[in-house]
Design a protein around this ligand. Structure first.
Ligand SMILES: [Zn+2]
Ligand SMILES: [Zn+2]
Length: 289
């Protein structure tokens, strides 16, 4: 038996761009056969509706409201609900999993991290960081910032990306780095789920008892297959990157590195057929129900 999880979800209690409350999602995710959802509202520097000048503890209490409401409703309807968040830097977004409300209350500095501090601190306290939709090229993004050494995994399939090519590029990127891959709906209102051909998510072989099980599956590269619409991450070689790309290093400084060199795309189509897996390469399959 396999267990399906939503990894990327926003509530209107916290995310300015969301329309549904935490509790509104529960019945729909149950109906689609999910075992659980991870609430990942926009964090301090993202599209949050919470005033930044609130006292920190008050800010954290309010930040957790969407999750807490979803958790209460989930308990009644037997859908597991977990906590995470999505932080934004310069148009680039990161899903953070594994730290909880109590931790946030004690760590106001989390509001002012750079990408390196985020990664090092989250790892130190037992969490993990996943770059969300790294190749999204929507109107509000002017540069693609990639932090290949400040993440544990890459969200390769994001149902809210306008073009599947963004997901194909993200898949190529994850493969080039040898990082685990995730999929999420990035849902902002519950009706969106019903409108999808197939809702997105990640399968785990074991039921999650807590968010630490998701962190562990990423760390040990034991995430299961992904659920997404057919062909979503297929690379055709004609994917375009219309924005400048900034590849950053461990210290969160620009490297000036070339994207296509990093992706190995200049010769990849020729090599692809005969290539055998590299050591440590993750072999997750994509699942189309
Ligand atoms: Zn949003
Ligand atoms: Zn999001």
């Amino acid at each position: 038996m396999k267990y399906l999880y939503e990894t990327h979800l926003h509530t209107c209690q916290v995310s300015a761009c969301a329309l549904s409350r935490g509790r509104d999602y529960i019945a729909a995710y149950k109906a689609f056969g999910y075992t659980g959802i991870i609430v990942t509202d926009h964090f301090f520097n993202g599209n949050s509706r919470l005033p930044q000048d609130l006292p920190w503890k008050e800010w954290v209490h309010r930040f957790c409201r969407g999750y807490e409401e979803a958790w209460e409703a989930g308990k009644k309807q037997a859908l597991d609900v977990f906590f995470g968040w999505e932080e934004t830097f310069d148009g680039d977004d990161y899903l953070v999993y594994g730290l909880d409300k109590q931790w946030l209350l004690e760590h106001p500095e989390a509001a002012h991290w750079n990408r390196r501090e985020q990664y090092e601190t989250v790892k130190f306290y037992g969490g993990c960081v996943v770059q969300a939709h790294p190749f999204r090229q929507h109107y509000y993004i002017d540069t693609i910032h990639l932090a290949p050494t400040c993440v544990d995994a890459v969200e390769v399939a994001n149902a809210s990306n306008e073009e599947a090519s963004y997901d194909a590029l993200a898949m190529k990127y994850a493969q080039a780095l040898g990082l685990p891959i995730t999929a999420g709906t990035d849902i902002h209102y519950v009706e969106y789920l019903q409108g999808l051909e197939i809702p997105f998510g990640v399968y785990l072989n074991k039921k999650m008892d807590g968010i630490e099980d998701y962190v562990m599956a990423i760390g040990e590269k034991t995430l299961g297959d992904l659920q997404m619409s057919p062909g979503r991450c297929d690379f055709h070689g004609n994917e375009t990157v219309r924005l400048p790309v900034d590849i950053r290093d461990k210290a969160d400084l620009s490297t000036g590195r070339d994207l296509w060199d990093l992706l190995g795309c200049r010769s990849i189509q020729r090599k692809e057929e005969s290539r055998s897996p590299r050591p440590g390469e993750v072999s997750q399959k994509i699942y189309y129900p």
